[in-house]
Write a protein that binds this ligand. Structure first.
Ligand SMILES: [Zn+2]
Length: 548
């Protein structure tokens, strides 16, 4: 299909807009739960026992631990020995030595830029008084035990004052409950998954703190000129990161409890540039609408011609100038085209012969995978399942016609070309009207001829009735029922910009649905998005003429 290569446009890598991101988050590694994780205490070089602040405070000469009053706050706990240990080193990365003296290391926690206490410290977060603290001037209870935590000291002060003993205990209980709930809501250290391996981090951990700790050492991308040459090695994005399925280039991104983090090398970044556009005039096609030329490309268009666009970019850093086609012209006359999607990983799933009783199951599956598809419906079937067709449209799919009666009119079989010109137009128009009335609006005049029989005079007869006839690049042959695995293999072999032929009607479609259940997640993992025919025609540089 894509035998003809065009100058390839190099696009700036958009920050946080990798094609893989939206639809294809990397498979989440199995979440480690308390039940199956190894005991944490034994793996820690120093027992911090964050859940028991009193123990921490007993360390002489260390300030009482103080925490940010809010979750994810930037206050770094002062002296707590870092509980960071690497049980399994992050894939391919330098592990942190488990026996490294923890106090000497920076804890995996608040980023350097955010270490100033941004929030007022909560008294509750300072549960324990330093044992060595001297009584302040004027403090009149030197006999009181110096090891008593401050809240208890306060409570004792109350006893010595006016409050009855019961109230004192109540106050102490309240303080204890507040402490426990605070620590539970703000665990001082917790686990995340970093590049598939469990990693213990401090409260307030960010991408930057992982980098500071050397848990991952990404290679930065390069700064590229408009022509793709390297201006500066390492001048691109410093890293690429996905946190809980969301791409980010923000190093201050907070990593919560059980966060799923992928952290790797940075992407290349293209320099800023000035851009000017010029028209590419269309030519006149002398392509013939034959049975053979039909299979040169998926798009068959009888057009009056449309200009393309040529873009010149001048790099602001390099001064380099490049000129490339950013929209292909459409020739006047009949032509065969394919989708020139540039570097976009998109695929168009198409379903013929529906609607059918199993179509809703297919719609559920598409929804689960964030996939849009195109339905080439049979007009007389639409009246049987109008709600299904409406649902297709409402859920962002494109609904087109596959003719009214699968071109079975006049008793001459499923081939439009056997019909008279009037019958051809009526067959297609009635099909569109059925769709229009089911979805409540006039849909795009794109159709698929039954059996791909679109050649000869049928093409010019339908000029004005249709904008384009859409065939396919990949025939899954699912109607033969060759087994779900074989159908899945055909789907998974699709290339960017291709149109895949499947069926949601005309018989038992169990195999097709099973195949998609397997293939869609696989293709998403590879970074593919599933778009409608209308969307495909607008992707990248539009349609590209294929001369036969
Ligand atoms: Zn069909």
């Amino acid at each position: 299909m894509s035998s003809k290569s065009q100058p390839h446009e190099r696009k700036p890598h958009k920050r946080g807009a990798h094609p893989a991101s939206a639809d294809a988050p990397a498979a989440r590694p199995p979440r480690v739960t308390a039940a199956n994780s190894r005991p944490r205490v034994s793996t820690q070089p120093v027992k911090t026992n964050g859940a028991n602040p009193a123990r921490q405070a007993k360390a002489p000469g260390k300030a009482a631990p103080a925490r940010s009053a809010r979750r994810g706050g930037s206050v770094r706990k002062a002296p707590a020995p870092a509980p960071v240990t690497v049980r399994r080193p992050a894939t391919g990365r330098k592990p942190v030595a488990p026996h490294q003296p923890v106090a000497a290391r920076k804890p995996v926690g608040a980023p350097a830029a955010a270490r100033k206490p941004a929030v007022a410290r909560k008294p509750a977060a300072r549960p324990v008084q330093s044992p060595r603290r001297k009584p302040r001037a004027g403090q009149s209870h030197p006999k009181r035990h110096l090891t008593l935590p401050r809240p208890i000291a306060a409570a004792n002060a109350a006893v010595n004052g006016y409050l009855p003993l019961a109230a004192t205990y109540l106050a102490m209980a309240l303080v204890f409950v507040a402490l426990v709930s605070y620590v539970r809501a703000n665990p001082p250290a917790y686990d995340i998954t970093l590049n598939g391996a469990e990693q213990r981090v401090f409260h307030g951990a960010t991408i930057q703190s992982l980098l500071d700790d050397g848990l991952v050492s990404p290679t930065p991308g390069n700064l590229l000129a408009v022509d793709g040459s390297v201006i500066k090695q390492g001048g691109g994005d410093p890293f690429s990161a996905t946190v809980d399925g969301k791409q980010t280039t923000d190093a201050t991104t907070h990593l919560g409890v059980d966060a799923q983090v992928q952290l790797g090398d940075g992407a290349d970044v293209t320099e800023d540039y000035d851009e000017t556009n010029a028209e590419i005039p269309f030519d006149t096609s002398n392509q013939q609408a034959t049975r053979d030329s039909y299979f040169l490309g998926a798009f068959h268009i009888y057009s009056k011609g449309a200009n393309g666009v040529q873009t010149t970019r001048v790099g602001k850093v390099s001064g380099i100038s490049v000129t490339l086609t950013t929209k292909n012209p459409i020739s006047a006359g009949y032509g065969v085209y394919d989708a020139d999607v540039a570097d976009e990983k998109v695929i168009a799933l198409t379903f013929d012969d529906g609607p059918w009783e199993t179509t809703p199951e297919l719609l559920d599956l598409l929804k689960e995978n964030g996939a849009h598809a195109t339905f080439f419906t049979v007009g007389r079937m639409v009246a049987n399942y109008p709600d299904t067709v409406k649902r297709e449209y409402d859920e962002g799919h494109q609904v087109c016609t596959h003719t009214w009666d699968h071109a079975a009119g006049s008793g001459q079989g499923v081939n439009l070309t056997y019909m008279t010109a009037e019958e051809q137009v009526e067959e297609v128009e009635k099909g569109f009207e059925a769709v229009d009335s089911a979805v409540g609006t006039e849909v795009t005049r794109i159709f698929r001829a039954p059996g791909g029989n679109y050649y000869g005079s049928a093409v010019s007869n339908l000029d004005g009735t249709v904008v384009a006839e859409v065939g396919w690049d990949v025939d899954t042959e699912d109607w033969r029922k060759p087994g779900a695995d074989q159908i899945a293999k055909a789907i998974e072999n699709a290339k960017p910009g291709q149109v895949i032929l499947m069926h949601d009607g005309g018989g038992d479609r169990t195999q097709t649905i099973e195949a998609l259940r397997k293939a869609l997640p696989e293709l998403r993992k590879q970074g593919y998005r599933f778009v409608t025919i209308d969307e495909l025609m607008q992707t990248g540089n539009g349609l590209r003429s294929i001369s036969g």
